[in-house]
Design a binder for this molecule. Structure first.
Ligand SMILES: Cc1cc2nc3c(=O)[nH]c(=O)nc-3n(C[C@H](O)[C@H](O)[C@H](O)COP(=O)(O)O)c2cc1C
Ligand code: SF4
Ligand code: SF4
Length: 243
């Protein structure tokens, strides 16, 4: 990958702190890149206050769209830094009621939502960490370092659950709408695949339902973002084929 840091870098550390894979470090006053760890998310490019990072030949001076919906899509990021202050139940409920307009397979609308708040999330961190170590051994250092590599300090986790023999994609679609709505209102979100992986754990089943058919279809960390991005992430073009 073509990753460069220009002379305009002011060594503010923002790119280093935001990198979810610890691929960047400051060595002798220069931002140094470890390509073997990088997952190409483009968050470093997105956050740099001096537009010093270029990657995939993306130009950091590219304008943000004036179209509000296009802008919301461009500027949505996985937020992994949150203020501890929670949102009210009323506010979260109001936002979840907006996504009832999302599409639904056969219009079945079987998805229900569970909002897990920070105290319960703290209890779940060691439980899920243990499960993840078996699935992703390379995460050992990250999990054992303590902190919150799973819920990223988010005060809430919104979990979509279906209790039918064949759960649908409804929860994913609805929470994707929730994510855009939330970020457009200035909140932060991120998809918590780790929680979904751990859904068979007894402590998780206790929260989402005891029935074998109770299935977590999506989970989204949510709260007041404690981070601000300057521009869309660097992204390679998607492949498109017309047949
Ligand atoms: C289904 C799914 C599961 C994900 N799970 C996690 C997760 O458990 N933890 C995390 O920090 N990010 C998770 N992510 C976020 C991705 O890492 C992120 O979307 C990707 O790196 C691109 O960055 P962006 O969302 O800022 O554009 C997940 C994303 C998706 C779509
Ligand atoms: S693209 Fe993402 S993973 Fe790679 S160095 Fe930048 S922030 Fe880290
Ligand atoms: S965010 Fe930009 S200015 Fe700050 S250390 Fe990284 S490259 Fe340098």
């Amino acid at each position: 990958m073509n990753f460069k840091v220009s002379d305009s870098c002011v060594q503010c550390n923002s790119c280093i702190n935001v990198c979810p894979t610890k691929s960047l470090s400051l060595v002798d006053g220069l931002v140094t890149f470890n390509s073997s760890r990088c997952m190409k998310c483009g968050q470093c490019f997105s956050i740099c206050p001096t537009a010093s990072i270029s990657m995939f030949d993306c130009d950091p001076s590219t304008n943000i769209s004036l179209d509000p919906l296009v802008k919301a899509i461009q500027m949505r990021r996985s937020v992994r830094s949150y203020k501890s202050e929670p949102l009210s139940n009323e506010k979260i409920t109001e936002m979840l009621q907006i996504i009832r307009f999302a599409p639904s397979a056969r219009n079945a609308r079987n998805t229900r939502y569970i909002v897990i708040n920070r105290p319960k999330l703290l209890e779940l961190i060691p439980v899920i960490g243990e499960i993840l170590l078996n699935i992703y051994p390379h995460m050992k250092a990250m999990i054992q370092a303590g902190g919150d590599a799973i819920f990223r300090g988010a005060p809430h986790l919104i979990v979509a659950v279906e209790s039918v023999p064949q759960p649908t994609d409804d929860g994913v679609i609805a929470l994707a709408e929730f994510e855009l709505l939330a970020q457009q209102q200035g909140y932060g979100t991120f998809w918590c695949g780790f929680f979904k992986h751990a859904q068979a754990a007894p402590q998780v089943r206790e929260l989402v339902g005891q029935n074998q058919q109770d299935k977590v279809t999506a989970a989204l960390g949510f709260g007041i973002a404690d981070i601000q991005y300057e521009r869309p992430a660097a992204r390679e073009k998607v492949a498109v084929t017309f047949i």
